[in-house]
Design a protein around this ligand. Structure first.
Ligand code: MG
Length: 391
């Protein structure tokens, strides 16, 4: 089955008092539009995504989606009204498409389950929209000179609040778009489908699938992102591990300190396992990848580099993401020589590189009791764990 998703993001809505249209505002971990796009691009049943943008230059970055999926995305320019925008997008829908979903970019919390329900209902019934039953009693009112007065109470059982996605078999949406082009004004595609003579089915919407309209909505969305684990929370931990072979004729550098030894680490850099494990731990805590990604050993810039420089750079990168390093604990596993006399110096150098108090850096030396390659003195290894805190 071929399913197309149209993401309506052409509105110029500046009710939130920003210079940008509201769907471009950041809610944590990206704009509303980016979150909405990601929800559909990451959904296994969506074959193509057409995003409708305001006129003018646009570059959309969607993180956290398999890069191959980005080929499934295209952009079209919107029209004057929402229905014009959807009509422009509909012209680009693949001829082989079975179901077309339309979703408002300003509903960034759409769930995969709701997308599934809408696809299934659209396929079965021809037209379906997500909607939630009103939780409040609904009053019809009239404005009169003395104030607003109730003229009717509508049983809430019969009142549903429309959300998106709205889903249609391709032919049904074609008929709805044609009605729209004939001059009918509509607030959504479901209304055009009704006018085209189709029964539109309701699937259970999701109370969390809110439309962000007001400044309060925006603030609530940002708080939700901060606590939902989709963006970094207050504290994060990461682990790091490193091992290097020990060979003759190389210096032995640990925690930025060169230790007299007949053997040293075989490495592109200085082979400092304590710094490498610590670097991986802090990068890992911020989900920033690992040391090999940022300082590849194929890059001559890092040849014989003092690994304190890498540790300093990793600390800078996590600060750029809004974190401070809380503490870090490193265990170095080495058969000989003993390192206990230089541990304070190592802590102080590593702390200096990270720009934190040496009291927040722990470094411990262990032997491997003669067991395995580390125990035979053929290698040196280190483990590290780091805690990051929102600055
Ligand atoms: Mg290493």
């Amino acid at each position: 089955m071929h399913v197309t998703a149209i993401i309506a993001a052409a509105g110029s809505g500046r009710r939130l008092g920003s210079a940008k249209p509201k769907q471009m505002l950041d809610i944590g971990g990206g704009s509303m539009l980016q979150h909405s796009l990601k929800a559909f691009l990451a959904h296994p049943r969506i074959s193509e995504v057409i995003v409708v943008l305001p006129p003018g230059p646009a570059a959309i970055v969607v993180d956290g989606v398999d890069p191959s999926r980005l080929q499934a995305m295209r952009a079209v320019t919107g029209g004057e009204r929402r229905q014009d925008s959807v009509a422009n997008a509909f012209d680009q829908v693949a001829a082989s498409s079975d179901v077309v979903l339309i979703h408002d970019a300003a509903r960034p919390f759409v769930s995969a389950a709701l997308i599934d329900r809408t696809i299934d209902a659209a396929m079965t019934h021809g037209a379906a929209i997500a909607a939630v039953q009103s939780r409040d009693t609904v009053k019809r009112v009239e404005r009169q000179p003395e104030g607003t007065v109730i003229v009717d109470t509508i049983p809430r059982e019969g009142v549903y609040l429309a959300q998106t996605p709205q889903g249609f078999r391709r032919a049904v949406l074609a008929a709805a778009v044609a009605v729209g082009r004939s001059g009918v004004d509509a607030t959504d595609e479901a209304m055009l489908a009704e006018r085209a003579g189709y029964l539109v089915h309701v699937v259970d919407g999701d109370p969390g699938n809110v439309k962000i309209t007001t400044a309060e909505d925006l603030e609530a969305a940002r708080q939700r992102m901060g606590t939902a684990g989709q963006t970094p929370g207050l504290s994060r931990v990461g682990t790091g591990y490193d091992l290097h072979r020990l060979v003759e004729g190389r210096p032995l550098v640990i925690g930025g300190v060169t230790i007299p030894s007949d053997r040293g680490a075989l490495a592109h850099s200085d082979g400092d396992v304590a710094c490498h494990a610590a670097t991986d731990a802090i990068l890992g805590a911020a989900s920033l990848g690992d040391i090999g990604r940022h300082f590849p050993d194929s890059d001559p810039r890092w040849k014989d580099i003092n690994s304190l420089v890498l540790l300093r750079e990793a600390a800078r990168m996590v600060r750029e993401q809004g974190y401070e390093i809380g503490n870090i604990d490193v265990t170095v596993i080495l058969e000989r020589p003993k390192i206990k006399d230089v541990i304070e110096e190592m802590r102080s150098r590593m702390a200096g590189a990270m720009g934190i108090d040496p009291a927040c850096v722990s470094l411990k030396g262990k032997t491997n009791e003669g067991v395995d390659a580390v125990g035979r003195g053929e290698a040196i290894a280190a483990h590290a764990i780091a805690l990051l805190q929102r600055a």
